[in-house]
Write a new protein. Structure first.
Length: 134
């Protein structure tokens, strides 16, 4: 399962670099679906990659102005990473920081300033203090 999901994420990233955003969204979506289904059955063992895929797909959804899906993806990425953080299993806080920053900017652009500022503050706190700063 891991190899197939990682391949789909790589194909998504390549498609994104080639400005084929629709194909990239399809690859990321397929990888996310496989990883999510596998996560439910405890077969998928790299949740950080799943979170990274949500963040990558959110970039594409933002570009096509699908803001609700973008917000959904960023919230999923944050939830996955915070669950890992609760268990001291995060190896790459940049994913969590990036998701908070993007969600904060998205929410502010949607005139949800208070909620957006909270996510930007979370990102800043994580950047400066790491997990201990929250």
């Amino acid at each position: 399962v891991n190899n197939r999901v990682e391949l789909l994420y790589l194909l998504g990233a390549i498609s994104q670099l080639n400005d084929d955003n629709r194909q990239a969204i399809r690859y990321f979506t397929e990888g996310i679906e496989i990883a999510s289904d596998s996560k439910d059955s405890n077969r998928y063992i790299n949740p950080e990659e799943l979170a990274r895929a949500y963040v990558s797909r959110s970039d594409l959804e933002y570009q096509v102005r699908s803001y609700e899906v973008c917000e959904f993806d960023l919230r999923n990425a944050i939830a996955i990473m915070e669950e890992l953080d609760d268990d001291d299993l995060v190896t790459n806080f940049d994913i969590l920081i990036n998701a908070h920053e993007k969600l904060g900017r998205l929410l502010i652009s949607l005139n949800r300033d208070e909620e957006g500022e909270k996510h930007l503050m979370d990102a800043t706190s994580l950047s400066v203090y790491g997990a201990d700063g929250r």
